[in-house]
Design a protein around this ligand. Structure first.
Ligand code: N01
Length: 498
């Protein structure tokens, strides 16, 4: 949640740092740790909120948890032997992030409540200037954008949404002061956030109505408490935790075969989804409503043991009629019925920013990133953009994992950033700029590979732009991604000395 905008009265320019990082979530903090370990300690991290944690600070709705095992959804360079369960909740993950800040003494780098409103490259000086809502200007020889790809909540474009007089809550900005007990609650959406919220809300609401537009593929969640002996073993023999992590990594890599490409594994995964549905939902009519009509993997596969049971609670109702509009009292569907609510929960996802960033980014010659990315974002290896020297992206275009832990990809990106910054410093460069030809060549390869993936098999998802361009996902194994990020190939860059 951004800091409250206060009109800037005067501009305060700060001394340029070596590296300027936007965002104190997993990516920004991880980058600072690895830079620090490489001996680069002149770092400034700008954070729009008053606390670290990004996604895990903001997504704290009831039931929020990770659907990737915690031993893999954590940094390899900062393993936590004490995860309480296989898939940890948001509070525990946020606790891990906060502890990481302490362990690596990162707080000194962070400037809280500094919401970046503009990031611009000064060609004469070879520095990036970030202007914030507070009127401060922070600079860096290199800049790292780590503001997160899913950090701005999106409300749907439903006619009359502004007329609704009841309470409104978005999954990514939960209202913890609102008491759901005994209330008539509507939930719009049945994606990864919704399926975690619904089993919790159904316990409190007097009536819960779920509006589903597209039924999702849901598979079982192998979630269990971590036994004490395992925690003790991990503490005593860290190599045992690394071995488990490796096993989990390989198991997830094999899932790429089901998720990314159409193969016999895809059919097997669909059978698992249908088996799970049949086992948990006995009513044929409801089962039909919940049966997906697209290839598994085309949208994010959901992992849950309690979503289907929650939908079958006597106080829960699934509505599959399309929403036509909202009224003062609630939601109207194509069936012609008005559903009235005390509160509506929007589990409707995020502004993905296919065509840009949450703030203007201006590169060499005044070029603007959102204009260049109008037809879909593009970058070289997801990390550098031609015309934007010394700028590094985390979770940039086509770096999204469909099957493995986001943190595995993040580590590859962070280590690449450290290589880039070290190149700038060691060679005393004014600018390190990726060549346009290298970026084009990389992207045409990626787009060719994407055409053959399940993500492009006909469903509508946030992975694709309105025109059907996939600018979000990486079409390959995490191992392939890590290999391409293992070296910074100088031939693909133009180097200008300071
Ligand atoms: O958002 P979503 P999310 N009328 O965009 C529906 C990550 N994540 O917050 O499928 C009616 O996936 C929309 O319907 P449809 C993860 O990467 C991770 O759930 O488009 N319905 C859909 O059902 C995930 O992919 C975890 O037809 C409307 C839902 O709203 C990403 O966040 C947990 C509508 C939006 O689903 C986003 O997930 C949670 C409308 N006008 C999230 N507009 C982990 O565990 C939208 N919808 C790591």
């Amino acid at each position: 949640t951004p800091a409250k905008k206060t009109p800037a009265t005067s501009v305060k320019k700060h001394k340029p740092a070596t590296v300027l990082i936007v965002g104190a979530g997993f990516a920004g903090l991880g980058t600072a740790i690895r830079l620090q370990q490489a001996g680069i300690k002149d770092i400034v991290i700008l954070e729009r909120a008053g606390e670290v944690g990004g996604t895990w600070r903001d997504n704290n709705y009831p039931g929020a948890a990770c659907d990737i095992p915690s031993n893999l959804y954590s940094y390899s360079f900062d393993q936590n032997p004490d995860w309480s369960r296989s898939f940890s909740g948001s509070e525990e993950i946020l606790g891990y992030i906060k502890a990481m800040v302490k362990r690596f003494d990162l707080e000194k780098y962070i400037r809280f409540n500094q919401n970046v409103s503009d990031l611009a490259f000064d060609e004469d000086q070879g520095i990036w200037n970030a202007t914030t809502d507070q009127g401060d200007v922070f600079s860096g020889r290199a800049a790292v954008m780590a503001q997160g790809p899913l950090s701005n909540a999106s409300f749907p474009d439903i006619s009359g949404i502004e007329k609704y007089q009841g309470h409104k809550v978005h999954s990514a900005a939960w209202d913890h002061d609102y008491d759901f007990r005994g209330k008539k609650v509507g939930v719009i959406g049945t994606g990864a956030s919704a399926i975690q919220i619904i089993p919790e809300l159904v316990k409190d609401a007097s009536k819960l109505t779920v509006f589903q537009r597209t039924p999702a593929w849901v598979v079982p969640r192998p979630d269990f408490d971590t036994p004490d002996w395992q925690k003790a073993l991990f503490r005593k023999v860290p190599a045992s935790q690394s071995a488990l992590r490796k096993g989990l990594y390989l198991a997830h890599e094999s899932m790429a075969l089901a998720v990314i490409w159409n193969s016999p594994m895809t059919r097997l995964a669909e059978r698992l989804g249908r088996w799970h549905l049949k086992r948990q939902v006995k009513d044929r009519w409801l089962r039909r409503q919940l049966t997906p009509d697209y290839r598994i993997g085309c949208k994010r596969i959901l992992v849950s043991n309690d979503y289907y049971p929650a939908l079958q609670q006597p106080n829960c109702k699934l509505i599959t009629w399309p929403i036509t509009r909202m009224s003062e009292n609630g939601i109207l569907t194509a069936e012609g019925i008005e559903h009235q609510f005390d509160c509506i929960v929007f589990a409707t996802g995020f502004d993905v920013g296919h065509s840009g960033t949450p703030f203007p980014v201006r590169g060499a010659g005044g070029r603007k990133l959102d204009e260049e990315w109008k037809r879909g974002a593009q970058a070289y290896k997801s990390i550098n953009v031609a015309g934007y020297p010394n700028l590094f992206l985390t979770f940039g275009p086509n770096s999204g994992p469909g099957h493995n832990s986001a943190l595995v990809y993040m580590e590859s990106q962070i280590d690449y950033i450290v290589k880039g910054v070290k190149t700038i410093l060691d060679k005393n460069l004014k600018t390190l700029s990726v060549r346009g030809e290298a970026q084009d060549e990389y992207n045409s390869k990626i787009q060719k590979r994407l055409a053959k993936t399940n993500w492009n098999s006909g469903c509508k998802s946030w992975y694709l732009t309105e025109d059907g361009v996939n600018a979000t996902m990486y079409p390959g194994f995490a191992t392939q991604y890590a290999r391409q990020m293992a070296s910074l190939e100088l031939k693909d860059y133009e180097l200008i000395p300071a």
